[in-house]
Structures are given as C-alpha cells and as structure tokens.
Write a protein that binds this ligand. Sequence first.
Ligand code: DAT
Ligand code: MG
Length: 149
Amino acid sequence: MERTFVMVKPDGVQRGLVGEIIGRFERKGLQIVALKMMRITPELAARHYAEHREKPFFKGLVEYITSGPVVAMILEGKDCVGVVREMMGATDPRKAAPGTIRGSFGMDIGRNVIHGSDSRESAAREIALFFTESEICEYSLNLASWIYE
Ligand code: DAT
Ligand code: MG
C-alpha cells in the first residue's frame, strides 16, 4: 500500500469544504491514517514549497497557505499518490476536469482548495515534514475485501 500527503488549504477550510473533500476520499476507498487541523508557519510553508522558492508566485503562495488553518492528512491505498492527484484535478481549477475537487470547487490557481503530493518521493518528504510517527495510526480496514479484490 502507498501513502500520500493531502491538505485542505485555508480557502477550503473557510468555505466549509473539509467534510466534502474528506468524504470523497473515504467514499473512494482510501484510508485516513493521520488527520489534524493546524496553522502553517512561514518557515514550514517555505520548506513545504521549497521547489517553488524562486518562482514569482512564491510570496503570494506562502501568504495564502499561512492565512488560516489547514486540515492535513495522510491517506493510504493502492496507487494512492496518483489516485489522489487524479481526484484533485489540474493545478489551475479553471482547467481542472469537471467533477475533480479543483474542477468542482475552485476558480483561481492561487485559491485551488487542496494540496496533494506529486510523487512517492514528495509524499515521503511531506509526510515527514507535517507528521510525527506517533501521529500516524496503523490499523486495518475491515472493509478492505469490499474495496480490493
Ligand atoms: P500542485 O499544487 O498541483 O502540485 P505546483 O506544485 O506546481 O502545483 O504548485 C504549487 C502551488 O503553487 C499550486 O497549488 C498553486 C501555486 N501555483 C503554481 N503555479 C502557479 C502560477 N503559475 N501562478 C500562481 N500560483 C501558482
Ligand atoms: Mg506540487
């Protein structure tokens, strides 16, 4: 099983989309193994988005992601990283496919509601950045045989 890091961004929290978004992942069959609400510091934002440090949108991105609480989680499932990226849709919500999370709920690239790791390597890095080992719950889903063959 694979794990990925997902975060409902401050706009998603303010707009009351937390339940809708988590519900979509639950109904898909992904397992929540860690979940918390938190405020991201500018330092954590800079580490999380280190790959974008030189981009013109970096300052605005850090302001946005630190502007209110986020809901951070670790999801687990078969091909979880790719499955979540597909469910999120394209980075620009106006270009994201209808029915995806960004395609359903967003308009601007700087208010795109959700973050999800883009690779297994990013997932491992971001999970370590946001969660301690003791915050991760190992448990088996009794439903597993109804989700996977
Ligand atoms: P994603 O969040 O789909 O992985 P990314 O890693 O390329 O996208 O960028 C991280 C975030 O930065 C993205 O969710 C929104 C913001 N962003 C990306 N490209 C942008 C741009 N051209 N203008 C403004 N914000 C941008
Ligand atoms: Mg990214």
